[in-house]
Design a protein around this ligand. Sequence first.
Ligand SMILES: [Zn+2]
Length: 219
Amino acid sequence: MKLISELVRKFSTPCLHCGSFLKSEGLLCESCRNKVETYIKPDLEMRTLGVFEAYMLFRWNPGTSDLLSAQLAGLKGFRTNFDWNYWANRFVSRRIHKALPTRRIILIPAPSSTGRTGDHAYQWAQALGKATGAEICLCLTKKTRAHQRGATRENRVQVEFALDENSSMVSEFWSDALWVFVDDIVTTGSTALAAYEALGRPPHFEAWALAQRTLACGD
Ligand SMILES: [Zn+2]
């Protein structure tokens, strides 16, 4: 019975972008997903943030691609496992191609303010964990403080993370592991920098995101 309901579900939800019912799994039909594939380059997008690199699969300007926006917005909804895993595989094959260090990889999802593990950064981390075999460490907690008025919207709230004192993994593997901060969307990079600081600036650190969101006025 479960199998039948699965099949019905697969074929009864239309493509998020074009409305086609001619699809198998995932949020988009094959033809729309193939179009999204053309936005990915052979290499990951890369940004240097201070002393570490942030890698992103997509470069996303919300004003210029309805299709990519539909895919990314859809990931915030329900039944998204197929899509997270699909794009995680695309991400990881490219990251491996760029000489991924042969050391223990530990994924740290960006903590949500609610502290729940069902949010997007966590789903992305789970998919990346599946694709790499890396483990997930929930060692950061979020604390935000409002900044003075007059600052730009991006800077008004300064993100700060605290290291969970109960996480022995951090002290145990601090210098040996590759610590990967995982977030679904990177905008300014300040969140990844905050994570790097909270971890005590480990020697091997990078950030993996699904998309780099570019601002309307360029970068
Ligand atoms: Zn479609």
